[in-house]
Design a binder for this molecule. Structure first.
Ligand code: SF4
Length: 168
């Protein structure tokens, strides 16, 4: 005599959770990423390291071609990443719980994923190449930020207001 077997039922929530864990981490919600995955999401474009000015009246944000004092133009990275917020006043440490990410450039991986948008083809996690951010003209050391040589040519310390650029 055959036994009547029943299959365990899987709730929709459990099935959704299982599907999410099967996704590559850059397609999962930001809140689910561990520290290492969170750091890997950064495309190292350096756009968030540009000096920005905010219009006090309108709250509008303007990017300039000047970069943070800790920005390394050659590598497009911070020279002291672990201590950046202690060393530079106004440096914001990005976390999944950050209240707002809208000050970041529209190309930023964190901003894209917060809006549940896919990473672009030039993102190193998609292209599998570290140079694709520069090739796509997204990295700020490809003509966006003033280079050390350009800065050295300036007669006086630069004022960000003189180097404002279109929104990134
Ligand atoms: S703008 Fe976003 S992706 Fe680019 S370096 Fe900054 S945090 Fe990373």
């Amino acid at each position: 005599m055959s036994k009547n077997r029943t299959h365990p039922t899987i709730s929709t929530a459990t099935a959704d959770a299982a599907r999410t864990t099967l996704l590559p981490f850059w397609q999962r919600p930001l809140a689910e990423l561990n520290r290492q995955q969170w750091e890997q999401l950064c495309d190292r474009c350096g756009r968030c390291c540009l000096v920005k000015l905010e219009d006090e009246a309108s709250g509008e944000l303007y990017y300039s071609r000047l970069s943070c004092e800790l920005f390394d133009y050659a590598t497009c990275r911070c020279r002291d990443y672990p201590n950046r917020s202690a060393r530079v006043s106004g440096c914001i440490e990005l976390t999944a719980a950050a209240a707002t990410l809208d000050w970041l450039p529209s190309s930023c991986a964190y901003r894209l994923r917060a809006a549940n948008l896919p990473l672009p083809a030039w993102h190193p996690l998609i292209s599998d190449r570290t140079d694709s951010v520069a090739t796509a003209g997204i990295a700020v050391n490809c003509g966006i930020a003033l280079s050390p040589a350009e800065l050295a040519q300036l007669p006086t310390p630069p004022d960000a207001e003189d180097f404002l650029i279109d929104p990134l």
